[in-house]
Design a protein around this ligand. Sequence first.
Ligand code: RP5
Length: 163
Amino acid sequence: MKKNKNLKIAIVMGSQSDYKTMKLAEKVLKNIGVSYETKIISAHRTPKRMYEFASSAKKNNFGVIIAGAGGSAHLPGMISALTSVPVLGVPIESKKLKGLDSLLSIVQMPKGIPVGTLAIGEDGAINAALLASSIIANNNSHIKKKLEKWRISQSRSVKKKPK
Ligand code: RP5
């Protein structure tokens, strides 16, 4: 298969209220230098928008989709049902159940349609960006090098002794 070195990452989220979490994924992607686009897409409030985005994701050069959602959190699973582009789900920390609802909704996909599930909240958003970059790096040596540098600098930032 021909390698596509210019694949982008999509960051999508169910609501404006998810952005305070999902902007951390943007920050990581900016830092690594991966191309991305960010959109609000709700599976239940904007189902047509979701269908159009997911069904044209491959054609639009998206190599990975990061989908943040809270509560019943069906967005990542619904998108994955409509495309073979890998989908990484970020469970947003909900007010009432602290994100346990989001986590269980996203992680418990029945067999046949996969969603890779990250941790609840900010850690999940950051790790989704790192994992999405690693997937893109399989076909992009420049991103691979940037990721390696990112890890080296993370290791260097850890002090040997606590203060
Ligand atoms: C989900 O409902 C969104 O992903 C969000 O986490 C949650 C609450 O949305 P808002 O009521 O804040 O718009 O669809």
